[in-house]
Design a binder for this molecule. Sequence first.
Ligand code: R5P
Length: 298
Amino acid sequence: MILFSGTSHPLLAKEVASILGISLGNVEVTRFIDSECRVRILDDVKNQDVFVIQSLSQIADQHLVELCLFATALKNLGAKTVTAVIPWMGYSKQDKAFRSGEAVSAQLVAKVIEVAGFDRVICCELHSKTVIPYFSIPVVELSTEELLASARGPLAESVVVSPDKGGVSRSESFASHIGKPIVYLEKKRNHDTGEVSVSSISGDVKGKAVIIFDDIINTGATAVETSAFLKQHGAASVIFLATHAVLAGDASAVLLKSTIDQIIVTNTIVISKEKLFSSLTIVSVASLLADAIKQNLG
Ligand code: R5P
């Protein structure tokens, strides 16, 4: 087995390689003067099971093209199987056409990954299950439920809150996993401005520690608005767990100033020093990925 790292998250790739007890494969990823990407595999990969770790994080377009160049180069060199390990599946938020005239980006990205030559995809917590059938190659989706739940530890008098309709099944699975009741919020997002508002709650959170398990923190609007709403309804504390810390724009500053008591995310995306803040805890998905790689040889 050979494991390569794309340029989006070399630290995570190194961590995975170290857990697997191997060195990363040798590759040159360079850019032509006009910025086009060039990937050159330096190892003999013939008849090998090969894995490429690449998060489709900012700049997603560039990281996607780079990932695809890996697949084609590896297949040209006779790799037996080539698996894309994509901790954060960029473009998965656009899993349908929200407004007329838009492309279903998640579907197109799935096709592009397949056409490039990948045989399988391993990823963490997809934005929605609707993304899986956009691929016709196998997709292994890893759950971060256990990882994030154990990072916080048990809380007395707690309740899980589902922040929106799209998160209902994820939240229900999480609530049943930690054996806590669930309360549902009604959240709306304006697709032109991105503004988020919460209009109703299905149960009582008064005096309780609220735990929210979401897939992504992007602008932070969902986390900030749901927390403010829950505190207005008497929640004693709000812990926000999310797999993917996109933290776009000034999200970190907005989250720091918010009413959220603790935010726990994973390292599916590189979080630069400037984006760190006091209430943020990061846990690593490296062992989840390493286990999945071991289980998906051949
Ligand atoms: C919504 O459907 C998702 O599950 C997340 O709640 C959302 O993408 C988070 O985005 P933001 O941080 O911009 O509110």
